[in-house]
Design a protein around this ligand. Structure first.
Ligand code: DON
Length: 588
């Protein structure tokens, strides 16, 4: 059960648990108690699963660095959260060098197959062919996880490659006990994908017993995956040119998929410059396009930055109103401008500039929530909103984020995914690899929402080898040139606003790590025009005030699964995982 509590008084004396005082302001009534964060000097791993955090910690204890630990944790997550993220998908990471302070970004996201085409999910009349971009072989983008992990390890890892893959092999071979705690990340929460899994014989065999998912508390063994990981540990190229590549491409050919050996052979991860901006005394760096995450995180922080939020108090109605209006603006710009920068010109500099934020800030009416239909992207000539069809909502909890900080203050912030639960629902026969359905992150037609209700346009249209637009937001923040925060989260379209709130919780509201990732969150993504709030997330008076200003408030079940590592001024690391998930931080 969730531990959030609302109580109606502000005076509580600190007790041994970490209690967060929401604010000194009189209109604040919510006080939340969260598990105490973990503290350590040496090194720390936070991830969505304790077994995966253990894998990373093992590497640190052996003398490995943050990259070794991050790679081991990522492979382990691929085994223990197979429906969520894995080697059949892709992702992004940011890496911080302790010695130099340099921050780089690695893009190992899926690419559209060479045979992909702009209208591949439309029928002759131009209508969307239901579920084709989400279920089955045509939904799959060329996976990048193995290439990305190998690339970062080749460049920065210290321990032998085989050693960092080993914990995942063991978890797949011996199996692991499915967490007894049922959360939205339990396999049993994947009922909505069951039909898709049952339709694929290889997936059905691995993830169900006679058609029923394995239950919490039971052991899940993945022998084919163990074999595949063993092959990868000996020769990572086998995924792209060897036996694994052949198995994937022949499974595709047999089942109407379009990924070929050529797609796999030519896959390349791409080093990119992170997007960075200043917020208060901090330098915030995050993932650039083809993720929209970093751009809009910075854009919203810029819009907020002329308001001194802290004295208003946490979740003060004025602060929330401003936050929500800024979110709408950002997602309107996202739909218009964001896409793969190797294919379209994305005006990154403009979107993250304080001057542009100032113009956008002036468009916000503090007394009235602007209907989304009135919120325009910066280029009003070509607004995608005119074409939006049936904006839809989506509640999905997949994707996985992890952070590592080592003794030298090298850090990795990594988010990866196979997109929605169980990806495309396709396991390439004999490999144990669940393949992604990342093609759905393209705008399959202008204004047609994807699985997360997100709309897009020209900039995010499908093209061969193009990368679908993402919201993943692995983030690293420094203060006076020193590492201060490493964070990220899953949650589709909500990722950007989650990371934004985690960042504000620490930098503006001075929350500790535990409170920062677990405090109630809000979300608006322009379309659908609804302000999402979590159960008991806002008090009644605040809800009333926001409604009075015209916000269409919709309560949704808890979303996201953030984790965070802070480097405190006393030199200690402070880490925590979201109470919404089953993760635990590990340190030594
Ligand atoms: O890249 C993206 O933005 C999505 N494919 C992430 C998917 C995700 O977080 C699923 N969870 N809700």
């Amino acid at each position: 059960m969730h531990v959030l509590q609302q109580i109606t008084q502000v005076s509580i004396t600190a007790i041994s648990l970490s209690i967060f005082f929401t604010s000194q302001s009189t209109n604040q009534i919510a006080i939340a108690a969260f598990p105490a964060p973990l503290r350590s000097k040496q090194g720390m791993v936070t991830s969505a699963n304790p077994l995966a955090s253990d894998a990373g910690l093992q590497m640190l204890k052996k003398g490995g660095n943050a990259v070794d630990a991050a790679v081991a944790t990522t492979f382990a997550i691929s085994v223990v959260e197979p429906f969520s993220a894995g080697i059949g998908g892709g992702g992004f990471l940011l890496i911080h060098q302790g010695k130099t302070g340099k921050i780089e970004a690695l893009d190992f996201r899926e690419r559209a197959p060479i045979k992909a085409s702009r209208n591949m999910y439309l029928d002759a009349q131009g209508k969307v062919r239901e579920n084709l971009s989400t279920n089955g072989h045509l939904a799959v983008g060329t996976p990048g996880t193995v290439a990305g992990l190998y690339e970062v390890h080749r460049k920065y890892g210290k321990l032998p490659w085989r050693e960092v893959v080993q914990p995942a092999i063991t978890l797949a071979q011996d199996g692991f006990i499915l967490a007894p705690k049922i959360t939205p990340r339990s396999i049993t929460a994947q009922e909505y994908r069951k039909k898709v899994i049952l339709a694929n014989p290889a997936a059905r065999k691995i993830f169900t017993r006679n058609g029923d998912y394995y239950q919490p508390g039971e052991r899940l063994v993945q022998r084919d995956l163990a074999q595949t990981l063993t092959e990868i540990s000996r020769n990572p190229q086998s995924f792209y040119t060897g036996g694994i590549a052949k198995a994937i491409s022949s499974d595709m050919a047999k089942n109407g998929g379009i990924i070929t050996l050529q797609d796999l052979k030519t896959y390349k991860p791409i080093w990119r410059n992170p997007v960075c901006g200043n917020f208060r005394n901090n330098r915030v760096c995050s993932m650039p396009p083809p993720s929209s995450g970093g751009v809009h995180l910075l854009q919203i922080l810029n819009i907020m930055s002329d308001t001194n939020l802290q004295p208003l108090g946490w979740h003060n109605p004025d602060a929330l109103h401003l936050l929500v209006e800024a979110m709408k603006i950002a997602y309107a710009d996202r739909a218009k401008f964001l896409g793969d920068p190797d294919f379209v010109k994305v005006p990154v500099e403009r979107l993250i500039s304080p001057a542009y934020a100032k113009i956008r800030r002036q468009q916000i009416d503090m007394q009235r929530a602007k209907p989304s239909s009135e919120v325009k992207s910066a280029d009003t000539k070509l607004n995608p909103e005119s074409k939006i069809q049936n904006p839809k909502s989506y509640e999905s909890q997949e994707t996985s984020h992890l952070n590592v900080v080592d003794g030298q203050r090298n850090a990795v912030s990594l988010t990866f995914t196979i997109n929605t639960g169980f990806g495309a629902g396709v396991v390439a026969e004999g490999t144990g690899i669940l393949l992604n359905n990342e093609m759905d992150d393209f705008a399959i037609a202008p204004g047609v929402p994807n699985s997360f209700g997100l709309v897009g346009n020209e900039a995010n249209a499908i093209a061969p080898r193009k990368t679908p637009l993402s919201s993943m937001t692995p983030t690293i923040i420094t203060e006076n040139g020193k590492l201060r925060m490493v964070t990220g989260t899953p949650g589709g379209s909500t990722i950007i606003t989650q990371v934004l709130q985690v960042v504000l919780n620490v930098l503006e509201y001075k929350m500790n790590a535990g409170a920062a990732v677990s405090a109630p969150r809000i979300h608006h993504q322009w379309f659908p025009d609804e302000l999402r709030v979590e159960p008991l997330g806002l008090d009644t008076m605040t809800l009333q005030e926001l409604r009075r200003r015209g916000h269409n408030i919709v309560e949704k079940p808890f979303w996201g699964n953030a984790n965070i590592i802070l480097v405190n001024p006393d030199g200690f690391l402070e880490g925590a995982t979201d109470t919404r998930g089953e993760g635990e931080p590990r340190a030594f």
